[in-house]
Design a protein around this ligand. Sequence first.
Ligand SMILES: [Zn+2]
Ligand SMILES: [Zn+2]
Length: 414
Amino acid sequence: MSQPLYRCFSDLFSEGFSVDWGIGSFLVVSHLAVLLLTPVAYVYAPEGLWKIMLLWTVVHMLVGALATTVYAHRLISHGAAKDIRLPTHAMFLCLQLFAVQGSVRRWSAQHVIHHAVDKTGQVHLDPYSATWFDTAWRNFLWSHMLTYLFNHPPSEEFDAAFDAKSHAAIVWQDRHYLPLIIIANFVFPMAVGAMLAGWLGGLCMLMASGAGFVLAQHNTWTVNSVTHMWGFKDGLWSSAKNNYVWLGPLGEGNHHADHHDHPRDFRNGFGWSGWLLDPTRYAILLLRALGLVGGLNRASRLQEAQIISHRKVRDSAAISSSSVWQQWETRLIALSEEWLAAAKAWDQTRLEHRRLKQQIKHVGSTQDEVLRELKGRLDGVRAEVQRARQHFKARKDDFFTALQDLRLANLAVG
Ligand SMILES: [Zn+2]
Ligand SMILES: [Zn+2]
């Protein structure tokens, strides 16, 4: 955990920060309006409109949140898919307008800097750092929302991350962002409301839309604040925390430290528990099934094993008494190395299997002799993959059994 950089918010002004009056006023006014006027809109809504308002808010929030986590976050910020089709860009660039969190280009540039800090250690560049201040409430307020009320000092790192997102459709959305969000979040719902129930209906639907984007904003901001402040396990190389299963429905909350340790992964977390409450992963798999994205990136078995075994060894060293750790350290590290070697071997055989399948596809049915030979080799490699998988599972079990024994040894010591 890095040392605090500032004592209080006013310290920021001497470091080049200034209040962003435009975005600041918009956020304050929209939040106050939603808090104070939405209940009034429900009271005075034309008959029956309240059901449509409620549905509009829920759908608006889900659309804004999902477009942020699937597209702006995993696909664009992290390149979780090698191939993103043009209809996918077009659809999500429209849907992301309902999040009201800045253009995809700007959002991604900020997020790339947020992750770059894990490697460079330049904590002062993290736009929504949860470690800048020496009190938890300041860190929470800053990382959750206050950061957006300030102009941050310019940096080459931000400019480079911004320029890197250069797909024509993304650039176009960034250039026209202001009129586009006005149309999507204000004109569109007001027009629908006016058609359904006159000018009062228009105003009521405007409030429903406001509630939708405010909820979508806090959905993202909770990931930025909570998952970097509290949790059961630290990330290996980052300040992110791990295993907040209850935050999974937000799209990124669950296993945020796994995400920081391997950000290009289309999944949020490793292992079977990574499947729990990861709507972003489900959505990306659906997009692949529909042919809208291809070439998903994921950590290799070796990379996953490295991250998990390093964390376990580090945590075991921290909780063990020195006498127990002296007895166990060498054995635990040896078992982790055996697990890593097995993971590497499994990755290699899987790679060979994939390569052979590609070759068979390209040869086609025109060269019978070559095809027969390749298919024969494929059977052998398939058996090797199975053996490597079993070996991997056995070495992993050995490592986790040793962890269990180490825990018991610690309990015995007291
Ligand atoms: Zn994060
Ligand atoms: Zn990320």
